[in-house]
Design a protein around this ligand. Structure first.
Ligand SMILES: [Zn+2]
Length: 481
């Protein structure tokens, strides 16, 4: 049996012997992938879909953490945390929620069983198996929806007032007491919502975040012991969906600034921001060039991309395909906030500019947000190896399929992580290529350089970081006498 365990928002530098002793011990017995990458934008639901499809957003279509779907709501975006809104979007499109084959479907087609639990938002959990090929338990809902027996036996579902500790405990109980013994799955996904929540509200390395990690570690110890008692050929992957940055607060809500500049209407939703996506409606679409020029002057801007079909209107901009986005659901513009290597109050590096009032977040193109955790141990996995071979969340599905004796579909962006598997190549012998894609963005005082740094292994590409040089400042004018 394979367990894919996600600790939401876990940065690799937060895995320490003092706070996560069990995970630290398991990491020592398995393989630590120090150069793992998540999908961009560095947010939860995008990466939930990447985990389940082995694809980047361009192929799976969950291109942001929120999506603007005028057929459902012309005024504001839908949250991908809301599974009903996600499914309503797919229904309105007359198609699939996730545009690529999912792990659940591939396993079902091979006569294998997958089960899923998640203590994060119902949308995140739903995206781990959106065609419900096996039972799924979230703290608030179970799928199939007409099967409420599991929740009823466990005293669930939980109320909206429940905290993340209770939600984690509930879904782990559902897994260990119901789903594993009854379904004897070949693969289980376990998505736990911490340390994301504690880090958002209390900060990276805060006492609250460290307490959440200690609690997760104890839960992991119990989960692994229970799963190992049911199957002595257990393989575990412990990963996260993205890293994290501490917020450097800036008073810079993009749509508000566009309104003040007269480039967005205060009366109508002609410019709609959905996380990193900026959707332009009606007359705002005619102002694309002016909106781009305005954004390029903003000191908080960290990156900007245009949708491929609009490239002739801003030919200097990189297309969204450059960060493996660009789908029918994509906004006209995709942006991220600037970041730096500076540290927070307890010495954890990585700051990103944000108008949000919370303490820390993700979504940027910083290496601190793009570098996710990936640790594997157990059956089929090498022991005591640290790998610096670039890899990522898109590689987990193909690697899991390979371990189960299945051929991953060619359409998957990810690769089988041979260097992690017993009998596979030594990490030092794996050929790694690096590249940089650069573009010069004009602004009034000169130009800004946007660079995307990539790593490549075999046919799989990973984004290491994205930078945009600051806008040039006007020389100080001297009044000559
Ligand atoms: Zn997350």
């Amino acid at each position: 049996m394979i367990l894919l365990i996600v600790w939401d928002g876990l940065r690799p530098d937060m895995v320490r012997e003092e706070t996560t002793p069990f995970l630290f011990e398991m990491a020592g017995r398995g393989v630590v992938c120090r150069a793992s990458h998540c999908a961009f934008p560095t947010a939860t639901r995008i990466n939930s879909a990447s985990l389940t499809t082995g694809c980047y957003p361009r192929k799976h279509g969950i291109v942001d953490n929120e999506l603007y779907v005028p057929a459902l709501d012309a005024e504001r975006p839908i949250s991908c945390a809301d599974w009903r809104a996600l499914q309503a979007m797919a229904d309105a499109e007359g198609g699939r929620l996730v545009d690529a084959p999912t792990l659940g479907e591939l396993l079902r087609d091979a006569g294998k069983q997958m089960v899923s639990v998640g203590s994060g938002s119902p949308g995140t959990t739903y995206l781990t198996n959106p065609t419900v090929t096996g039972p799924i338990v979230n703290w608030a809902v179970t799928w199939p929806e007409d099967d409420e027996t599991i929740a009823a036996r466990l005293g669930g579902p939980l109320s909206a007032e429940s905290d993340s500790l209770a939600r984690n405990a509930y879904v782990l109980q559902a897994l260990t007491e119901e789903l594993l013994p009854r379904w004897q799955p070949d693969l289980a996904t376990v998505w736990l919502t911490e340390p994301d929540h504690a880090q958002h509200y209390h900060g990276l390395g805060s006492p609250e975040a460290l307490a959440a990690l200690r609690a997760l570690d104890e839960q992991l110890r119990h989960l692994v012991a229970t799963a190992a008692s049911l199957d002595d050929a257990l393989t575990c992957f412990l990963l996260s969906d993205h890293g994290f940055d501490t917020i450097e607060r800036v008073d810079a809500e993009p749509v508000d600034e566009l309104r003040v500049a007269g480039l967005a209407s205060s009366e109508s939703a002609d410019v709609v921001r959905a996380s990193n996506s900026l959707y332009l409606n009606g007359a705002a679409r005619d102002r694309l060039e002016e909106i781009v020029a305005f954004l390029l002057e903003r000191p908080w801007l960290g990156a900007l991309w245009v949708r491929q079909d609009l490239r002739q209107r801003a030919p200097f901009l990189q297309p969204q395909e450059a960060v493996f986005g660009g789908h029918g659901r994509s906004a006209e513009l995709l942006l991220s906030f600037r970041w730096s290597d500076a540290a927070n109050a307890v010495g954890v590096p990585g700051l990103m500019a944000s108008p949000s009032s919370i303490v820390a977040t993700h979504g940027s193109g910083s290496p601190y947000a793009l570098n996710n955790t990936l640790i594997a141990w157990g059956a089929g996995i090498k022991a005591g190896v640290v790998s610096d071979v670039p890899c990522g969340i898109v590689d987990v599905a193909p690697t899991a399929l390979h371990l189960l004796g299945l051929q991953p579909p060619r359409e998957m962006d990810g690769r089988v992580l041979g260097e992690v598997l017993k009998g596979g190549p030594n990490p030092d012998s794996v050929l790694v290529r690096r590249s940089v894609r650069e573009a010069a963005y004009p602004c009034t005082q000169g130009r800004r350089i946007q660079r995307i740094h990539y790593s490549h292994v075999a046919c799989t590409d990973y984004i290491d970081r994205v930078t945009l040089s600051p806008p040039p400042t006007r020389d100080i004018e001297r009044n000559e006498p």
